[in-house]
Ligand binder design. Structure first.
Ligand SMILES: Cc1ncc(COP(=O)(O)O)c(C=O)c1O
Length: 397
């Protein structure tokens, strides 16, 4: 078995920096460049023939590769440019809803990724009533309150599997069971879990799942996905549709759509072909390593981040139970944003989010010493800042 650190050789992008930000944008594997070149070569050599020979089936090829990692059957995953538009496809399946319909309630938490909140809230005007469950500690989801909010009037429960701010792992099983017991459907956003927390969508019996490959899957932007439970898929008629979803797309028939079955039922217009190439570098790699292995290493590294933060009495916005924590630990330090900018300028790649802090997200390619280096760097920056402020106050006196 290849040692995890040997995979560093497949990432030239790791040279010259401390890459600790997989929750935002995973490091680029060399294979992504190879795939990008393959795309360019095919375009140049085949021209328009590339559509029939290589590109038409590409969303299916990529969707099936993702499915093999997250426990989804073949032909159940469609590809979209981002998660917000994948969610829009789902919402468009419930177009005949009105605000007076008996089942029109959307239940979501206030720590949901903002784009998803904006989308459902914008639809709420004419279609839905939204019940927002507050997460008082800013870290975890109050499960009992969330389950209580899901009732016979609930249509959809869009929920992140892992909260983007705190990396908290939500109890998806309990939410899906409650939703199904009252006839509601669950949309699980696996963006922050795919590639770092093992997933089995079939076992979970989840209705929809959305996610993207740019974070823990090291796949770059533009390749996001939508899973629909196969037995449910055939009953749905998305209004956000297009010619790829037609049963005879090259017939270019007039009028309304005659829908195809399988994953393409949820495609719309021309897919983002370059992204569907580059994303496969990371996809192949994660499939080769296996997410179980990545998760074990990830737990070790987030424990190290927490230990180093604890030694310094720095606040973190992360759950203490390793089973409830995914790959990120956020350090809630004073002047976090400015600190983060300085770290980035010094090639320590992390990010900053308000109400969360400096997010540190090591992945399978990181070493313990990179994490230790980050803390030593922050120690130095804090010491320098306090020296500067004490010399300013001396000179002011
Ligand atoms: C949980 C979650 N959902 C959605 C998104 C982003 O969605 P989109 O692909 O529409 O930009 C993010 C991005 O960080 C995320 O963490």
């Amino acid at each position: 078995m290849t040692d995890l650190l040997d995979y560093r050789q497949r990432f030239d992008s790791l040279q010259g920096c401390h890459y600790l930000i997989a929750n935002s944008l995973g490091a680029m594997p060399n294979a992504a460049r190879d795939y990008a070149l393959r795309y360019a070569d095919i375009w140049a050599s085949k021209g328009v023939r590339a559509w029939s020979e290589d590109w038409w089936m590409l969303p299916r090829v990529v969707g099936d590769k993702i499915g093999a990692i997250i426990g989804a059957p073949e032909d159940s995953i469609s590809m979209h440019p981002n998660v917000t538009s994948a969610e829009e496809v789902i919402i468009s399946c419930f177009g005949n809803q009105t605000s007076s319909s008996k089942r029109n309630k959307i239940v979501m938490v206030d720590m949901e990724f903002p784009s998803i909140q904006y989308l459902y809230q914008a639809h709420a005007r004419d279609k839905f009533e939204i019940e927002v469950v507050t997460c008082p500690d800013g870290v975890s989801v109050p499960l009992e309150e969330l389950l209580a909010a899901i009732d016979e009037r609930t249509l959809l429960v869009p929920i992140s599997h892992v909260l983007f701010r705190s990396s908290y792992i939500v109890d998806a099983q309990a939410i899906i069971e409650k939703a199904h017991s009252v006839g509601a459907l669950v949309v699980l956003d696996v963006f922050q879990s795919v590639g770092v927390v093992p997933l089995d969508l079939t076992k979970l019996k989840v209705d929809f799942a959305v996610g993207g490959l740019l974070k823990w899957m090291c796949g770059g932007p533009g390749a996001c996905f939508l899973y629909v439970r196969p037995d449910l898929a055939e009953t749905l008629e998305p209004a956000f549709t297009g010619w790829l979803a037609h049963e005879n797309p090259f017939g270019f028939e007039r009028g309304s759509i005659k829908r195809t079955s399988g994953a393409y039922r949820f495609q719309s217009g021309t897919p983002v072909i370059p992204a569907l190439y580059t994303c496969q570098g990371g996809l192949d790699l994660i499939a080769e390593i296996g997410v179980e292995r990545i998760r074990e290493r990830s737990k070790e590294m987030s424990a190290l981040v927490l230990k180093l933060a604890g030694e310094r009495q720095w606040k973190t916005t992360t759950h203490t139970d390793p089973e409830k924590r995914a790959g990120t630990v956020a350090l809630n330090l004073p002047d976090g944003q400015a600190l983060c900018e300085t770290l980035n300028a010094r090639n320590f790649l992390v990010d900053y989010r308000p109400n969360s802090g400096i997010r540190v997200s090591p992945h399978f390619y990181n070493t313990d010493s990179e994490i230790i280096d980050l803390f030593v760097e922050i120690d130095g920056l804090i010491a320098k800042a306090s020296q500067t402020s004490s010399s300013v106050s001396h000179s002011a006196n």
